[in-house]
Design a protein. Sequence first.
Length: 398
Amino acid sequence: MSNKRKSIDIAYQLLTYIAASIGVITLSMIIIFIFNNGSKLLNFDLLINDYHSQFYNGGIVNPTFSTTDKPKSLNNKVYYSKKWGIGLIDDFDRAGNPIIIMEYITPDSPFSSMYDKNKEDIILNIEKGNLISKISFYDKNTALTRNGAQSMINDIQASDEIREVVYSSLGGGIRGSIITTLYLIGITMSIALPIGISTAIYLNEFAPQNKITGLLRSLIETLTGVPSIIFGLMGLAVFVPLTIKFTEATSANILSGSLTLTVILLPVIIRSTEESLKIVPDSLRSASLALGANHTQTTFKVVLPSTIPGILTGTLIAIGRVIGESAALIFAIGTAIKDDISIFGKSTTLSVHIWSLMKDEPANIELASTIAIVILIIVLSLNIIIKIISIKFIKNFQ
């Protein structure tokens, strides 16, 4: 090999290494940024809590004061009132605002038997983890969050009567967005997979190879390059009116979003399935036909089982597209962050939730990064599950 040829090969290798290194470094920086900003908010409560806080107005009449001493398990950060039997701590919510949290409440606390000032026949059950917004008195100024937990404890400890307690659930959770994302995955894949796989089987196994099928393949490939926001406009113009007309929906909804995503995913599923069908050796088809099986039996009993790993890979790509899609869903499903989820109502997926957080002023980068971590965990889990299923299918088929 000449020196010139060696130099060219070395240059190509260096270019390859440099390009790969840039990709790895960039991806690593993104992941580090996400985990650095979002890991501190990642907890189980975030996944199961509602996004919107529920507020309560409690009243206390003729209180019987607590006699419980401060438990030794409570640290110095917990400010405790023996008289009222509660312990409060200072903290920050998921938006970085200061809050006061109910860290401990005794069974004999007057706070555990408050009545609802809006509906006096209802007894309120304040719990650990609730936020105390303010406590109003008859004879002094209101104790507010901005003054801190210690000041609030001092105020109630020095008072025998409390006029009103305003408290709320923590809020800021992403339960609704997770449920919406799962709904979209389930509905979209149940529609897109049968249609996409059937279309690929027809094009590769049954359709005559002529200009018409060639044109169909070209159109399918063209659809993969259409910006998703165009599909979103189509969903707004076509699927939203259809769902309003034939269902109980009154605006953009999860069902219209699923139908829009189905159109987006069909080219991906068709192409990945057809490529999997093409790599099946023709010798398998010939052997099946030689043994007396007809074309249909050969396709569905010999060829299709061989393509399961490829179909599962295409399914994983499609699910990842559903989870990560945002532009189309802004039009087809809406941007309202909801806690009560219905397939005929507006809602947000995890990716659209990130978009909603980032358009605020100031942007909530911490919570957006936390949701990004959740998305990465979901995609990684699905990847592992599909890989395991693929391995089992390959073993069974062999």
